[in-house]
Design a protein around this ligand. Structure first.
Ligand code: FMN
Length: 368
């Protein structure tokens, strides 16, 4: 049994019973308006009972123009609060903690694009084959305020923490990336200007939720595309975000590598481990590593080596919401998830999230 993984740890003032995080997962169970449904609540109830230290919700859009996907949770107005409160309660009843992930997709919304909506872009990109328009200074300021208001709603709905979605090529990734940001005003050009948007969001959210409310970020510390955000610039930004009030950093990919994929016969890897270790050396808040973690030994090795303080998983919990409780009982077989990514195909069809491999096996049994 891995003692260290089941020791309590902290994100800011929040005590967490172990070092396992459920990484944010869009589950396509919200209704058309972005409100939580009974299906969503049932889903989180299982996660709450599963022994996970802290569950991060699926990305919730902070304004209508920031919605990335259909059936995504919204936190863009006060009508969303009662539903979100049910989600938080479902996890609390099982003894878990829950953070609300707040997000803006920027130009990266296939959903709004398919409805012919003009997307807010940090810069106009002529080769981009979707309707978009460069944001004015006022619009950028408005989005920063949207993040702050969304965070306050999350706190009101009873969440234990707020997580910013600053990864995977969504708006925060777009603004800091030289690949998307070609502006010449105070939001673009030098890295100091490109990081201003992230730092302003951190400052204004922190101001809005108060000095002690736990607040962290899922952060694409570098881009995986030529000409993108470099690791050095990403790390310096991490340092400045901590100085501005961030309590922990979940290290993921930026532009070019969102949900990490494996080829069919490719062994599972943890692609962000080295960059998480580099972030950890640079900051004095907990660092969380996500992607590719499938067994307890690897999790323990990541933490005991000092590369990260906590580990985060997404797809393993789709197949086994009770994975951590199983490991804690001493049944330490690796996660049953085979990283086939069929779960993603299911939500992309706008069906409620489930394990695609379980789905396939069930269909096979029915058809004999
Ligand atoms: C179906 C699905 C939905 C996801 N939704 C989100 C999301 O809402 N926010 C986010 O930051 N990452 C999201 N991700 C990415 C995961 O949180 C995670 O970073 C990625 O899957 C790698 O971790 P894993 O190898 O443990 O699955 C999603 C991934 C999948 C497969």
């Amino acid at each position: 049994m891995s003692e260290i993984m089941f020791e309590p740890c902290q994100i800011g003032a929040l005590e967490i019973k172990n070092r396992f995080v459920r990484s944010a997962t869009w589950d396509a169970t919200a209704d058309e308006s972005g409100a939580v449904t009974d299906t969503s609540v049932a889903f989180y109830k299982k996660l709450g009972e599963g022994g996970i230290g802290i569950v991060v919700s699926g990305h919730a859009f902070v304004s209508s123009l920031g919605q990335a996907t259909p059936r995504q949770y919204g936190v863009h107005n006060d009508d969303m609060i009662p539903g979100l409160r049910r989600l938080a309660q479902a996890v609390h009843e099982g003894g878990g903690k829950i953070a609300l992930q707040i997000a803006h997709a920027g130009i990266n919304s296939g959903h709004l694009m398919s409805r012919g909506i003009t997307l807010p872009a940090v810069s106009s990109i002529p080769e981009m084959k979707r309707l978009h328009q460069e944001m004015t200074d006022e619009e950028i300021e408005g989005i920063i305020d949207n993040f702050a208001a969304a965070a306050v709603r999350g706190r009101e709905a009873g969440f234990d923490a707020i997580q910013l979605h600053g990864a995977h090529g969504y708006l925060m990734s777009q603004v800091i990336s030289p690949l998307y940001n070609h502006r010449t005003d105070r939001w673009g050009g030098s890295v100091e200007n490109r990081r201003r948007f992230l730092l302003e969001i951190v400052r204004r959210v922190r101001q809005a939720i108060g000095p002690d409310f736990p607040f962290f970020i899922k952060y694409g510390v570098m881009d995986d595309q030529k000409g993108g955000l470099t690791l050095d610039d990403g790390i310096e930004t991490a340092r400045q975000m901590v100085a501005a009030g961030i309590d922990a950093i979940e290290v993921s990919g930026g532009v070019g590598q969102g949900v990490y994929r494996t080829g069919e016969n490719e062994p599972i890897r943890t692609p962000f481990r080295e960059r998480a270790a580099a972030v950890k050396r640079a900051v004095d808040v907990p660092v969380i590593l996500v992607a590719g973690i499938r067994n307890l030994e690897t999790a323990q090795d990541i933490v005991t080596s000092g590369d990260a303080d906590m580990v985060s998983m997404c797809r393993p919990f789709i197949r086994e919401p009770h994975l951590i409780a199983r490991w804690q009982r001493g049944e330490t077989d690796p996660a049953a998830c085979i990283t086939c990514n069929k779960c993603m195909a299911i939500v992309q069809r706008v069906e409620p999230l489930e394990c695609g491999e379980d789905h396939r096996l069930r269909e096979e049994a029915i058809t004999g």
